[in-house]
Design a protein around this ligand. Sequence first.
Ligand code: SAM
Ligand code: FES
Length: 352
Amino acid sequence: MTDIKDILNRLCDGRDLTREEIISLLENRTPEIQSFLAEKASAVARSHYGNKVYVRGLIEFTNYCKNDCYYCGIRCSNRNADRYRLTEEDILGCASYGYDLGFRTIVLQGGEDAYYKDDMIVRIIKAIKNEHPDCAVTLSIGEKSYESYKAFYDAGADRYLLRHETADFDHYAKLHPANLSPGNRQQCLFNLKKIGFQTGAGFMVGSPYQTNENIADDLLFLKKLDPEMIGIGPFIPHQDTPFKDMPAGGLDLTLYLLSIIRLMLPTVLLPATTALGTINPRGRELGILAGANVIMPNLSPVGVRKKYALYDNKICTGEEAAECMNCLKHRVESIGYEIVTDRGDNVRYKRA
Ligand code: SAM
Ligand code: FES
C-alpha cells in the first residue's frame, strides 16, 4: 500500500489517485494532514482566482417538488411544508434587486415543479438576460430532457447545477425512492456538458449510509465528469423526513473534501455552502480557507425564505439580501479575501 505521504504529494502535484489511495486519504485524516491540504488547496485557488470570492444571488422560486428524496424537507410527501411559488414578476424583481446589490450571477433554484413549463423558464431566462446582459444565469431545477436543457441554453442560460448526489447506485437507492434513477441523473449531467453549460455536480457529505468507499467513488465520478462547478455541503436532517434522526455530516470532513476537490480539479468553482454555514457559525469562512471560492447568498423575498427548508435551522432566513451582502463582505474580508462584482466564470470556460 502506498505511504500516506506519497499520496499527499501525488495529490498536491495534480496527479490522479486510485480508488484505494482516496480511501486511504479518507481513513488517515488527521488535523495535521487536514491543515496541510487546506493550505495547499487555498494556494491553488488563489493561483487561479486570486483572493476573489464570487457571489451568486440565489432565487429559490418554488418549493413544490414532485420528487420524494428521503433527505429533503421539500419532498412531495411532506404535508407540513408550506408551499409557495414566485411569479415571473417576483423573480425578475429579485433579479433586479440582486443586480443593484452587485450580483452578476443569478441562480434560479427550485423543486421539480411542473407548473413552470419550459416556455415559462425560457421567458424568464430571456427577460433576465435582456435586462442585465452582463449577468450570468444559472439554473438548478432538476432532471429534464436533452431538448429542454437545449432550449434553456439557447435562451441564454449559462450554467446548470445538478448534484449527482452519490455515484454508487446502491447508496442512491437508500436515499431515493425507486422511481428516481441515478443513471438518468448522471446522463443529465453529461447532456448538460455536451450542450455547453458550465455544469455543476456534487453530493452531500455525511448523507445517511455514506461510506468512505462511496466518497471515493464520488470523487472519481467528479474527476471523470470534469465539471466547471462542484457543490458539496453537509447533510443536515429535516424534522419532517424519514432521516429526521440521522446525524448531520461533519464540519471537518466537509472541509477536508473541499481541499481534496480543489487539488483534484484546480480551476473548479467551489461554493462554501449555506449548509456549511449552518453547521458552524464560521463554516463559510473555513470553507474558503480550505479552497472554496464561491458563496451563494439568498435573494428570495424574506417572506418565503423559511419555507424553502431543505433541512432544519437554515441560516439567513430572516435577513434581507442587502444585510447578507454586508455581513458576508465583512466575513470574507476578515480572512483576507474580497467579494467581487463579477460573473465569475470558470477560468477555462468559453461559451461556443
Ligand atoms: N430540484 C433541484 C435538484 O434536484 O437539483 C434543486 C433543488 S435540490 C433541493 C438542491 C440540493 O439540496 C440537492 O441536490 C441536495 O443535495 C441538497 N439537499 C437536499 N436536502 C438536504 C439536506 N437535508 N441537507 C443538506 N442538503 C440537502
Ligand atoms: Fe446572511 Fe450573514 S450572510 S446574515
